[in-house]
Design a protein around this ligand. Sequence first.
Ligand code: COA
Length: 350
Amino acid sequence: MKLALRRWRQDDAKIIVAACTDTITQRYLPLLPSPYTHADALAFIERGATERAVVDADSDEVLGAIGWRPGRDNTAEIGYWVVPAARGRRVASTAVELLSAELFQTDFQRLYLQTALTNVASQRVAIAAGFTREGIARGASRWRDGTRYDTVVWARLADDPPGPSPRALPDLPDGRLTDGVVVVRPMVAEDGLVTYNLRVLPEVSGRSVVGTPADPAVIARQCAESASKWLAGQRAEMTIWRADDDAYLGEIAVYYAEPVLREAMIGYSLMPEARGHGYAARAARLVTDWGFESGMARMIAGTAVDNIASQRVLEAAGYEREALQHARLPGPDGTRLDNVMFAKVRPAAA
Ligand SMILES: CC(C)(COP(=O)(O)OP(=O)(O)OC[C@H]1O[C@@H](n2cnc3c(N)ncnc32)[C@H](O)[C@@H]1OP(=O)(O)O)[C@@H](O)C(=O)NCCC(=O)NCCS
């Protein structure tokens, strides 16, 4: 489908109202009036100069909206929405590319977007349109209830290459990994409760270096923001399920702490009833192979000296014991614990 950008017209008001009353549009564009009325649509059309309708170039059907807000020094912030029925068809990413090309032909030299950490679709739009993730602007926006939230800032400069921008952690092939016994899937917002039930177990929180907030709302938010870390190339957090009955087994993550060295670390935890069946080793093998296919050269994992079960998992997944690191891990009451470091090196291509 070929898209075009054109000025808004009075007779577009009805579709603007329909799109702007949609729940997801209302959530992620908290500055839109609520409820959104016909009069709001007419006022939006009136403002016109830096707003465009995204239309099917053949039929002129309105599929979305895109606009820009000029800032200082030849910069502009871009914003967009797509009508619910047209989502997932590359409307937004194509529109951002079209508008960027147009603006770069004028005086603009830096274009940027801001997305909520939970707005996966919009972060993918930014990547598809060649924007680079620059960082987190803390408390930069406000939800409708007045609470502030962090945004991800994405920018494209006039001489940046076209999209998509590169990603250090690609998506899983077909959205999952499986060996027929376990299935590993990216962590999503809906995993909040199972993840909470796992992470609050004392033997799980006790082995966590970062600590576990004993608050279901915080863990639910961490799950909802997990995709953002994956898209940033920082860590790929996944849940583990049994293939035959889809029972929740636990979680596993790949932390890409040393991309320059092409070295990533894995970490995992299982629910008590899922232990002792070899599921962790299966999941570790799956994500390790995925890491190698994704360009990593070395996968590592650390365990406390007394964590024999975890050391067995790593050996079963083909890792070798490499070193005993003194006082590497923070222990209880300000103490430090030794760490047994395991590693698996990407097999040489046959
Ligand atoms: C964000 C929004 C504009 C995306 O529009 P869209 O036309 O569906 O986006 P595209 O089809 O161009 O998709 C671009 C990428 O996002 C992915 N994507 C789209 N919807 C998704 C979803 N709900 N969940 C996960 N990924 C999604 C696509 O698969 C594609 O990924 P790829 O490039 O890796 O293949 C649309 O969801 C929307 O209108 N949301 C409400 C308003 C909003 O959030 N505006 C942006 C505020 S910053």
